[in-house]
Write a protein that binds this ligand. Structure first.
Ligand SMILES: Cc1cc2nc3c(=O)[nH]c(=O)nc-3n(C[C@H](O)[C@H](O)[C@H](O)COP(=O)(O)OP(=O)(O)OC[C@H]3O[C@@H](n4cnc5c(N)ncnc54)[C@H](O)[C@@H]3O)c2cc1C
Length: 569
């Protein structure tokens, strides 16, 4: 059987994966690193980030302030040791990125510009107009090209981890071009596969965000942490789910209801449009439910008004917002308000790791949106995620390099070849050989609608029970799913079926974790338990895979210096 072998295998070519690759080869230039990505790296979701990345770079700012904003934003569920580590490393990563050539926007005196963002007390979000993701990913990608010992597997789809005796030994992956399943061995594996927004019906996330890495780790025995914490962003275009960045409010945009009222004064009077995303999303829904929203062909919405900002600010600071509004809604935001409504945006929960990306399984690390380190707790602040990818991507890269440089290469033989053959059977014999059955897309749509209906902004016991039942039945139905395209070459229908199989495992952990959390905290809002309960629920949920439904247990929250207090803005 053909196989490939490297010191470190990284799954994912987004911000976290590329940063990890560079950190690993910088720590030990003798190491040979593979970056495996199901799309060409520049198409990773990171490329679509708009608003900016947070880091303390100015005299008026300090680490404690960034840490406290993040912890308060998290509704006190963040582990405070990881937040303290994060805020101290953030400026180093920002400056490093600048030295690698990232074209940040600049003030007239030449310093990197910073803008206001939700939940941050001062301007600390560094930006590159409203296209930070494109520039940041380009910078990392081009830097990675300098290193001959970073090998890329573009358009290879990882299907599972190879595990021997409790230790990770590599991955199995399909080369999408040929349809062949090949083992790629590694002494260490870093999962950097991003989030799973496509589990939901209305999301800002690209089609490729299907939670593959979460499912891969979970199936191998690593718990998924805080999965009930799903972020809704308040400003999506109602027809497409395309994101209108928080930078639009950072630059001074207003949210208005149908009466032309800045309704946030009733919900977050001190922060208004710069309140955190969980509270703003619920405020919009409250206005809509009270009949103060607009009605349109794609449901109810409110207005994001930028008309008072003027041509120069919009063109200089928010050119992409203007382009999106013109192209996808046919309006010019200099003269008309933009229709917006809340939608799924980001996963606070993910693969459990320590501060260095270590998952607890020897050789296995995770970083970026797929991981839960956990610095975002029950609600992430906008612009912390890209910085998190850099800080903890670099940490995971270094930790994996230290681990891998001490080990001999894994040898190809049992049980790795046996595991690969079993994986071949699972995919090609079971999934591809069905002649009759249900279409995969029907099952996917039912999952997305069910998650939106029962596990969205508002949750209660009955709805969550329905969601658990629904996902269980969809999993059973997928065993009779049919892939009509029987070819091996560029079989994207097969890839979609495998993605749905991953999504269902990940989706199931969300209602099962949420139903046991009898409180409201951050993004997790229970209409039947509307208060936060620190006595019983100041703890992380941990979902473990079993042969039946997930088993949920808990781990403590690390509190260093900031005692939980009421979260008011
Ligand atoms: C529209 C939008 C705007 C945003 N704006 C901001 C912002 O302004 N500031 C901010 O801080 N955050 C922002 N975020 C969040 C942030 O961009 C993401 O959380 C972050 O970029 C995730 O990076 P990542 O490296 O973890 O994953 P991604 O960039 O999603 O990359 C995942 C990688 O994994 C690979 N992969 C996945 N599954 C497999 C598999 N099975 N086999 C092989 N490869 C696989 C993919 O090919 C890809 O290369 C935004 C998010 C969205 C959706």
């Amino acid at each position: 059987m053909e196989h490939h072998s490297h010191d470190i295998v990284i799954i994912g070519g987004g911000a976290a994966g590329l940063r990890a690759a560079i950190a690993a080869v910088e720590l030990d230039p003798k190491l040979d690193v593979a970056v495996v990505s199901k799309v060409y790296p520049m198409r990773s979701h990171t490329v679509s980030a708009e608003g900016g990345m947070a880091a303390v770079l100015r005299d008026y700012d300090n680490f404690d302030s960034h840490a406290f904003d993040t912890i308060k934003g998290s509704d006190f569920l963040a582990d405070q040791d990881s937040v303290e580590f994060f805020v101290k490393e953030a400026p180093r990563e920002a400056i490093q990125l600048e030295h690698w050539g990232c074209p940040f926007s600049r003030d007239p005196d030449g310093r990197i510009s910073s803008r206001a963002f939700g939940g941050m007390t001062v301007k600390r979000t560094l930006f590159a107009t409203d296209k930070i993701g494109f520039h940041l990913l380009h910078t990392l990608f081009q830097t990675s090209l300098k290193y001959e010992n970073i090998h890329r597997y573009d358009e290879w789809f990882v299907t599972s981890l190879l595990v021997d005796n409790g230790r990770v030994e590599g991955v199995t992956a399909i080369e999408i071009r040929t349809g062949e399943l090949v083992p790629i061995l590694g002494k260490a594996v870093i999962i950097a596969t991003g989030g799973c927004g496509r589990i939901f019906q209305f999301t800002t996330n690209g089609w490729i965000k299907t939670g593959d890495g979460m499912a891969i780790a979970y199936r191998a025995g690593v718990p998924l942490k805080d999965m009930e914490m799903v972020q809704y962003h308040p400003t999506l275009l109602p027809n497409t789910g395309i994101l209108i960045t928080e930078a639009a409010r950072g630059e001074g945009g207003y949210l208005l209801n149908k009466d032309g009222e800045r309704f946030l004064k009733k919900y977050v009077p001190n922060k208004m449009e710069l309140g955190p995303r969980d509270i703003l999303s619920r405020a919009e829904m409250s206005e809509i439910n009270a009949g103060r929203g607009f009605e349109g062909p794609y449901g109810s919405y409110v207005h994001l008004d930028l008309t008072h900002l003027g041509k120069i600010t919009i063109e200089d600071k928010l050119p992409f917002v203007k382009e999106l509004a013109e192209r996808y809604v046919g309006i010019d935001p200099e003269h008309e308000p933009i229709p917006v409504r809340p939608g799924q945006h980001y996963m606070m929960g993910g693969v459990h790791t320590d501060l260095h990306g270590f998952t607890g399984m020897p050789g296995l690390y995770a970083a970026g949106e797929v991981a839960c380190v956990t610095m975002n707790g029950a609600n992430r602040l906008g612009s912390n995620s890209l910085t998190e990818c850099l800080v903890f991507g670099a940490e995971a890269g270094k930790a994996a390099a230290q681990y891998a440089s001490k080990l001999a290469s894994p040898s190809f033989g049992n049980p790795v070849d046996g595991e690969t053959m079993m994986e071949e059977k699972r995919i090609f014999d079971r999934l591809l050989k069905h002649e009759q059955g249900e279409r995969v897309s029907t099952i996917r749509t039912e999952m997305q609608n069910g998650m939106e209906k029962y596990v969205g902004i508002y949750r209660d016991e009955n709805g969550l029970r329905e969601a658990c039942k629904l996902i269980g039945s969809l999993k059973a139905r997928l065993t009779n799913g049919i892939v009509e395209d029987q070819d091996h070459v560029y079989n994207t229908e097969l890839v979609s079926a495998l993605e749905l199989d991953f999504m269902l495992d990940v989706a199931e952990t969300i209602p099962y974790s949420a139903i046991l959390r009898h409180e409201s905290r951050g993004a997790h809002y229970r209409t039947d338990f509307t208060k936060r309960d620190d006595v019983n629920f100041l703890k992380h949920s941990m979902a473990h895979k079993t042969s039946g439904p997930p088993r949920i247990d808990y781990s403590p929250v690390t509190i260093t210096r900031w005692k939980p207090e009421e979260r008011v803005y």
